[in-house]
Structure formats: structure tokens, C-alpha cells
Design a protein around this ligand. Structure first.
Ligand SMILES: NC(=O)c1ccc[n+]([C@@H]2O[C@H](COP(=O)([O-])OP(=O)(O)OC[C@H]3O[C@@H](n4cnc5c(N)ncnc54)[C@H](O)[C@@H]3O)[C@@H](O)[C@H]2O)c1
Length: 326
């Protein structure tokens, strides 16, 4: 297929692009590089340097490149920033997202896979979280992602769009070529690896008095390649109708201390930690049930073990000590 990947210069988008190209698809990356990197765009993909808000450029790209489907990953995704600047998140994740949907409608491209998030669920009482768990976002980031999901639903009912909304938990890991390089970095594994390289002094642990086995928060990590494969599977099954899927590795998840211990084992470095206060709105445990996507699409994670995830990220970090260097 000819696929437009918005946000394809970002962390997950670059790996999705890589996997699509490996499978023989043609890819157009559409990214304004507000967060991504030009060098993250995988050779073999066409690159359009433009923003979602530019409807004319979107229509032109969809037509000229004869795009058949869109994987929509472009968004802002910092939870803390979204709480202090919700306008920025509504503008990009909702308003600019609607420009994309309009352009798709006008161009008669009605197949879409969307990067949604566990943040749509908020702080559910029951774990693991499956797709029947009520959505109740506790920050504007999760709220804007849910708003876009709802817009897709109405575009399905009114215009026959077919979408898969993939609610990711914590993406982590790397391929040989593509890895995580965010500024600021807010994710635990790359932060711990920055400590391993000496780029940062310590890992701050936000609270150690949670009702978990070691007092630190428990989260569910999914290898970015397993995540990317899920997009391709979902795309191939859209003729069966629109769907929402959770994507994590399930099991018991990993506590912050377990992640730091794994980084110590993999890197052989000390990784000092400091205990800080809890962050407002941080639930003690968030674990996905990915049973639905396993049952319906036959998705199986290949890199479920945290050690494999951290090893891949460490290899990338060693090979790219300055990230993408831009
Ligand atoms: N990383 C995670 O663990 C995680 C978890 C859940 C959901 N998600 C979602 O997955 C998607 C990708 O996440 P990521 O970690 O790769 O983020 P990222 O910031 O690395 O990538 C996002 C890309 O979108 C681009 N972009 C943003 N706004 C744009 C606009 N208006 N026009 C064009 N390009 C624009 C950025 O330049 C960047 O390259 C996001 O939608 C995010 O909300 C990520």
C-alpha cells in the first residue's frame, strides 16, 4: 500500500516507517520536525516537511502520492505540559487532527490507524486494563487523544471511515537504526540510560510509598518493534470494521525500581537514584490487557522481556551518544 505516516520523523513513527518499508509498502512521512528529527526519517520513505494544520499541503500530498491509508502519529505527548498548556494540546492533537480528517475526506482516503494512549483511561481501579474499561482521562493529553478517537468514530458513521485506534502503554526499546531521542526526555528507560552514559547524574523516582511490591509505580513496557507490527496488522484488518485495541505486554508489569535494576544489569553501571515526591495524578499501577488484539489480529509480542527492551535501547544509545545529533 501507499501509506502516509504523520509524525514519521518521531520515535515510534520512524520504527513504523522502517517496518512498513521492510514489508514492501511505500511510505510518505509527513512531519513538521517540531519534535522529530530529519535523520530519523528512514531512507526509502518520501519526506514532506509540513504541519498537519496545512490542509492544502495535506490534500496535495494525499493526491500526488496516491496515498491509500494514513497512520496518524503526529501529536504532542507530554502529560505535564498538557496540564499547564491545554490550548497547545487541543490545537495540535484535536484541531490540527481535524484538518487531517477533512483532507482525507476530500481526497477520499478513509483508512486510518491512530496512535492513542493509555492516558485515555485515566486511573482505573481494576488491572489489567482492557478495552471495556471506562475512559476517564485525568489530563488534557489523554482528553485530546480521546476527542480525536471520538471524531474518528463520527467520521466512520457519517462517511464510512475505517479506523483502528491503538491505545499504547509505554513504548520502549530501539532498532539498530531508530531509537528514542526526545527533548525534554520524560521516559524512564532513556533517562536511566542517560545516567548510564554520564549525561545525567541520577534517576529521580517519583514516590516510593505506593501500594506496590517495592513502593514504586508499576508500568507496562512494550518494545517499539512489537508496537510497529501491531499497526501493520491493524491496517490489514480494517475491512472488518473500526476497532480500538490496547497495546502493552501485560503480565505483572515492572516497577520503577525493577526497570532501574534491569538498566544496571544491562549496562553494568551504578545508576544512582533519588526519591522525589509523587507526581500529581500518577496512578500506582497501569497494566494493559492486550488479549483483544491477540485474539482478533493474532498479534504476539516478540520482545516481551524487559531485558531485551533495555538491551536494544542501550545498543542504540551507545551507537548514538548524541541521539540524532540535531
Ligand atoms: N512514546 C510513548 O510511549 C507513547 C505512548 C502512548 C502514545 N503515544 C503516541 O504515539 C505517537 C508517537 O509518539 P512518539 O513518542 O514517537 O512521539 P514523538 O514526539 O517522538 O513523535 C511525534 C512526531 O510528530 C511530529 N509532529 C507533532 N506535531 C505535528 C504537526 N502538527 N504536524 C506534523 N508533525 C507533527 C513531531 O515532529 C514528531 O516527529 C504520539 O501520537 C503519542 O501521543 C506514545
Amino acid at each position: 500500500m501507499r501509506i502516509l505516516v504523520t509524525g514519521g520523523a518521531g520515535y515510534i513513527g520512524s520504527v513504523v516507517t522502517e517496518e512498513l518499508l521492510n514489508d514492501g509498502h511505500q511510505v510518505v512521512v509527513y512531519d513538521n520536525l517540531s519534535k522529530g528529527h530529519r535523520t530519523a526519517v528512514v531512507p526509502g520513505a518520501q519526506f514532506v516537511h509540513a504541519g498537519l494544520e496545512d490542509g492544502q499541503r495535506l490534500r496535495q500530498t494525499l493526491a500526488q502520492q496516491q496515498v491509500e491509508a494514513v497512520i496518524h502519529m503526529a501529536a504532542y505527548s507530554l502529560v505535564g505540559e498538557s496540564s499547564v498548556n491545554p490550548a497547545k494540546y487541543y490545537q495540535n492533537n484535536v484541531a490540527s487532527g481535524l484538518v487531517l480528517l477533512d483532507a482525507m475526506l476530500e481526497s477520499d482516503v478513509k483508512i486510518l490507524v491512530f496512535s492513542s494512549t493509555a492516558a485515555t483511561y485515566g486511573e482505573p481501579k481494576h488491572q489489567p486494563i482492557d478495552e471495556s474499561t471506562p475512559t476517564n482521562p485525568t489530563n488534557p493529553y489523554g482528553e485530546t487523544k480521546l476527542s480525536f478517537e471520538r471524531a474518528m468514530n463520527w467520521f466512520d458513521l457519517a462517511y464510512g471511515f475505517r479506523y483502528a485506534s491503538l491505545r499504547y502503554f509505554n513504548a520502549a526499546g530501539a532498532t539498530v537504526r531508530c531509537g528514542e531521542d526526545h527533548d525534554p526526555e520524560s521516559h524512564l528507560i532513556p533517562i536511566a540510560l542517560q545516567v548510564a552514559t554520564g549525561a545525567r547524574q541520577y534517576v529521580e523516582i517519583f514516590g516510593d510509598d505506593y501500594p506496590t511490591s517495592d513502593g514504586t509505580c508499576v508500568r507496562d513496557y512494550i518494545h517499539v518493534v512489537d508496537l510497529a507490527r501491531a499497526h501493520i496488522l491493524a491496517l490489514g484488518e480494517l475491512d472488518k470494521g473500526s476497532q480500538i485495541f490496547n497495546l502493552g505486554c501485560g503480565g505483572d508489569g515492572y516497577s520503577v525500581r525493577q526497570v532501574v535494576d534491569t538498566v544496571r544489569e544491562v549496562t553494568g553501571k551504578e545508576i544512582p537514584t533519588r526519591i522525589g515526591p509523587r507526581r500529581p495524578g500518577d496512578p500506582s499501577t497501569l497494566i494493559a490487557s492486550s488479549e483483544k488484539i491477540k485474539a482478533k489480529l493474532g498479534w504476539q509480542p516478540k520482545y516481551q522481556d524487559l531485558r531485551l527492551i533495555v538491551e536494544s535501547a542501550w545498543k542504540w544509545t551507545l551507537a548514538h551518544p548524541h541521539g540524532y545529533g540535531e
